[in-house]
Structures are given as C-alpha cells and as structure tokens.
Design a binder for this molecule. Structure first.
Ligand code: C2O
Ligand code: CU
Ligand code: CU
Length: 487
C-alpha cells in the first residue's frame, strides 16, 4: 500500500469514528494544572516523580496513564531567567525513560535526550541553568523508540520561564484567573472510555491521530469563567502527530509569543496552524461578548484529503464565560520586545536535511513484530540514515551562525532542533506567517525548502549530543532523527 492509499484509508476511518460520544457530555471545567512556582526561590532539590497513574479524562472510566508528580501529565513549572533548577527526576514507571527539556538553551549533558536514560528505580539529577528570556517551554519523554508511547501516556509537562521584562510587562499574568496554560492533545478511547494507543503500520505512517480532543487532561469542550478584559492563553500542542488549526469563535487571535519569547508586537490573525511541539501565547479580548471559544480544527495538517472528503471538523476546545467582574485593565500592548529581523548574511555554515518517510521498510511487518512501540528498525530516515545512537551525524562549532535547510519526500512534518531557538527564514518554500517570525524551535516542512537561521551557544559533546528530528513522535521513534555535537 502506498502513502496515498494509507491516507485515504485513514481519513475514511476518521469520518466514521469522528463524532465521539464522550465529547457530547455537558462541558467540563477546564482543569488548571497545578503550578510549581519557583519564582520566589528554590528550596532544596526539585523532585519530579515519573510514575504510573490512573486518570479519568471525563469518560467515567479510569485510564492507565503515566504522570510526573501527578496521575497524568506533570506540573506547570514556573521559573525565572538566572535561576538554576536542581532537578531530581525519579523514574518508577517500570521501564527506562528520559525527560527532555524542550526549548531550553542548555548544554547537551543536561538536555535529557535519549542518551540520558533514567533506569527504572533510578534518579537523574541535572542542574539546569536558565539563561534564556521569558518563554513557554515543555518537557517530555525522549526514550528512543518509546517517546511516542510514553509521551502519549502522560510523560509531559510545561516549563514557563519569566524574566524581569515579562514579570513587569502590562499583560494578564494571574495564573488560573486571566492567564491560562493549555495542553492540547488528541486521544482515542476504547468502548468503556479508557485511553488507548495502538501502533499499526498506518499509525507509523501518519503518526497517531486520536479522534477526541483533550485539554489539560479533560475531554473537550471544557469551560472556564474569566473576568472582563484581556485573557492570556499559553498554548502547547502536545499531540503526538496532529497539526491543529486554532481560531476563536468571535474575533481575532492576538499572538504575542512564539516558542522562544515575545514577538515584537502582537500579530492579529484569524487562525494559527500549530504543529506538535509548538507553543504560542495569544491574547483574547473578553471585553465584549459574554462568551467566546477557542476552536480547533483537527485536520489542520490534513489539507488535501481533509478537503476531498469534507472532513474539516471543527471542535470547541475551550469555552470562556465572562463573569462580569473586572480583570486585567490594561489594553492590548503595541510593543512587546526588541526583535531584530534575522540576518542570514551572518551564517558561515549551511547544512541540508531531507526527511525521508519512505526508505523501503515494510511497516506492516515491522508493526506486527514490535510490541506497541517502535522497535528502532530504521523505518524512516534523514539524509538516507535512520537515527543511530552511536553515530554522530553533524558537528557544529560553538558560536557559529548556521543556516539549516530542511525538505521532505512526502506530507507535512514538524522539524525540531535541541539546545537553541532559531528564526525561520522560509517555511515550505514561502515566507513564514507573521506570527511565526519570532524565536522558534519548531518549523513546518512540506513541499519546498524550510530554512532556519540558528546559532549554538552551549556544548554538546559526543557522549551527550543534541538531537534534531521530526516531532511527529512515531516518525522520530522510527528513525527520522539525527544527532549533532557542538564543541
Ligand atoms: Cu520535544 Cu527532541 O523533542
Ligand atoms: Cu527538544
Ligand atoms: Cu515526520
């Protein structure tokens, strides 16, 4: 079966399974993820316990999950630029794992990639120095071959970095009142409402596509009361593979920040196409109507087939209900940060990467062989080479500015680089949308080159190299990943 037939099959399956009964209950309250707030100071070490849990997503049934200090997902950790975070990450999930700090500008030896395995019963104690500016980051499993499964099961959390400028900025910033962190995921539930995840050849191809939206661990739509005024949404697409097209029911979205920090000024848009791994902060004006809603089109990346089969399903993720109380009284800021345009002329090195879906592997046979995770057999590749733990693919020099050019043989992929933020010069052969022109660590790759301007300021030696990879987690597990050093 070729790629096109796969896609058609997948889309048709989605059509019949698309309207899910679990989503039709009365709206649940938005779960506010407990915050570990370190801004006031850090006492002792910060314990993160990775462990099995149970969780009710709203189906009434308990799902077997994984969590970090919680039954499902991890805390929202809030820290400040200049702090060093002394983590003790204890693994008790019954399997090897790792925790990677996605988005952090940190050296390879504390990055938490696939080389920093935490054995079951073990503890990993990195001291993570926060050097970068205010930004929304996250952390998740990066266990090679099992990243997709472990992250899906719940090994993910959010790490918000603040700095002096963000703490004094005239923006909504009362957590859980006018400042919300939203972790968006797609899930599949079995007949009795337990979360399920089954790897098949098709899931390896498309990445896992769940039919039910989940926000902070609760099945969408969820509902939240908010005061009158501007409301801030910090959004993470933590789906394994789904691109999400986000829009507001009423009015525009004002994008204020990308993965690596604030934009120069708010960018007003109708919708944002958000890949897995991406983060955006938006302001929503709750000064007018009594309710507004964050809508999600689940087929954001589905383009051709979604249109062909009329499958552009839009779901409400979050309904905001205004209480009438006055909240944030400021107005929409006109300037957010000093953000110089990228200077490609500074680059002294250019590298090219071709993401390869089709390297001739028999995914049907491999999927049957593997036990619901990726057996690391090299079914996908970059530049002809599937990820290998003992092969360094690229060597960068600390302080060099580089241009990375990425292309792909089929479909839309989200490309991610560790240890840095970059600027997008072009995305799939075109200028990136204005809202994606800030500091990023994810870029979309479809037809045509995507090019990013990047500089590496921290070391990643051969025993703890950085990764670059597709952030469709099943592709990453299948080998669409490479390793590089910075020395
Ligand atoms: Cu979010 Cu290498 O990962
Ligand atoms: Cu990362
Ligand atoms: Cu991919």
């Amino acid at each position: 079966m070729d790629r096109r037939e796969f896609l058609a099959g997948g889309s048709l399956a989605l059509a019949t399974a698309g309207t899910h009964s679990f989503a039709e209950a009365a709206q649940r309250p938005l779960p506010i993820i407990p915050m570990t707030d370190l801004i006031g100071g850090i006492e002792g070490r910060i314990g993160l316990d990775i462990k099995p849990g149970t969780h009710d997503f709203g189906t009434g049934a308990m799902s077997q999950t994984l969590g970090i200090n919680h039954g499902y997902l991890g805390p929202v950790i809030r820290a400040k630029q200049g702090q060093t975070l002394p983590f003790d990450v204890a693994n008790n999930i019954g399997d090897v794992s790792t925790i990677h700090w996605h988005g952090l500008h940190i050296p390879g030896d504390v990055d938490g990639g696939p080389h920093q395995e935490i054995l079951d019963g073990g503890v990993w104690s990195p001291d993570v120095a926060i050097v970068q500016q205010a930004s929304m980051n996250w952390f998740h499993s990066h266990m090679h071959g099992k990243t997709a499964q472990q992250t899906y099961n719940g090994l993910a959390g959010v790490l918000l970095i603040e700095d002096d400028a963000s703490l004094s900025a005239d923006l909504p910033k009362t957590y859980g009142v006018d400042d919300f962190t939203l972790v968006l995921q797609d899930k599949t539930f079995d007949g009795v409402g337990r979360m399920s995840y089954e790897l098949t050849a098709e899931v390896f191809e498309d990445g896992f596509q769940g039919d039910t939206m989940v926000v902070n661990g609760a099945i969408a739509p969820v509902q939240q009361t908010v005061p009158t005024g501007l409301v801030r949404l910090r959004i993470l697409n933590a789906c394994n593979a789904r691109f999400l097209d986000l829009s507001m029911q009423t009015g525009p979205m004002r994008v204020i920040a990308t993965e690596g920090g604030f934009l120069a000024s708010p960018v007003e848009v109708e919708s944002i196409l958000m890949s897995p791994g991406e983060r955006y902060e938006v302001l929503v004006d709750m000064g007018g109507a009594d309710t507004n809603a964050l809508n999600v089109n689940l087929d954001g990346g589905g383009g051709f087939f979604a249109n062909l089969f009329g499958l552009n399903q839009t779901t409400t993720a979050l309904t905001l209900v205004r209480t009438g109380e006055q909240g944030f009284t400021g107005s929409l800021p006109t300037k957010l940060a000093n953000l110089e345009p990228p200077r490609p002329a500074d680059a002294t090195v250019t590298r090219s990467f071709e993401l390869q879906m089709d390297v001739g592997a028999d995914l049907v046979a491999l999927a049957l062989d593997w036990e619901n995770f990726c057996g690391n057999a090299g079914a996908m590749a970059i530049n002809g080479m599937p990820m290998k733990m003992d092969r360094i693919d690229e060597k960068a020099r600390k302080g060099d500015t580089e241009i990375w050019r990425i292309s792909v043989d089929d479909m839309l992929h989200p490309f991610h680089v560790h240890g840095c933020s970059f600027r997008i010069l072009s995305q799939s052969g075109a200028e990136p949308p204005a809202y994606a022109q800030g500091w990023k660590d994810m870029v979309h790759v479809d037809e045509g080159w995507s090019e990013v301007l990047v500089k590496f300021d921290y070391e990643a030696p051969e025993d703890t190299p950085y990764m670059y990879h597709c952030h469709i987690l099943e592709h990453e597990d299948c080998g669409m990943m490479g390793q590089f050093t910075v020395t």
